[in-house]
Design a protein around this ligand. Sequence first.
Ligand code: ZN
Ligand code: ZN
Length: 266
Amino acid sequence: MSLPADYHMHTPLCRHAVGEPVEYARQAVAVGLAEIGFSDHSPMRRDNFDNWRMNFSQLDAYVEKVRKAQRDFPQLTIRLALEVDYLPGHEDWIRELAARHPWDYFIGSVHYVSDSWAIDDPQKLSEWKHRDSFEVWSAYFERLTMAAESKLFEIIGHADLPKKFGHRPTRDCTPLYELFLAAAKKSGCAVELNTAGLRKDCREIYPSREILQLAFQNGVPITFGSDAHAPAEVGMNFAEAVQLARSAGYRERRCFVQRKHQSVKF
Ligand SMILES: [Zn+2]
Ligand SMILES: [Zn+2]
């Protein structure tokens, strides 16, 4: 059986990834993927919001880079998408972005638990010293639940990102996960199995087995993504991700064309 689609990959426009989309596409063919999707970090309304995303003026150039990969690799299905930061109050901006191009899907991600702290930013690692892990998890999952409720996204990205650097709350977080997954089920958005966690300090796929099992029990669909920031990362550890998904009970994944979904066996 062929590997599932890799729906999460970046481009150099975000200023912390290397390799053009054509190089990611070439690697996808080499590792035996039939379908991929580019989902680079979306621009913010204010270009200087942070320094790890494309400027708004580069959005058309991004689309053109993906179109070039589509033209150069007709044997590969290549989707056009964005990884969009969810922050409360940004909903109108996200709708404006959605209207600009015929996107196949939006991945809604929470990186910011406040306007100034992206929990996965290595530059802000010292923030963790002043924070209680459970409070961070609570703030993060509150926003993730809002993202799932917003109906702005087809997929929720790396659902337990706060574990990235190895921080773990000692209190039981199951109620936070249940609220989030109920929202995802209600609005019909999928959760991605993101293999980038295996390359970080947490050494674990996002989300954890516990969350994935709850997701399956709640009827929440899934997608797969490497979160590649370099061509060599395309499809990385997908065999492991498939094994995890199957052990949680999953036999189908979602794919998206112009924001409409289908279920596919894997
Ligand atoms: Zn990134
Ligand atoms: Zn992300």
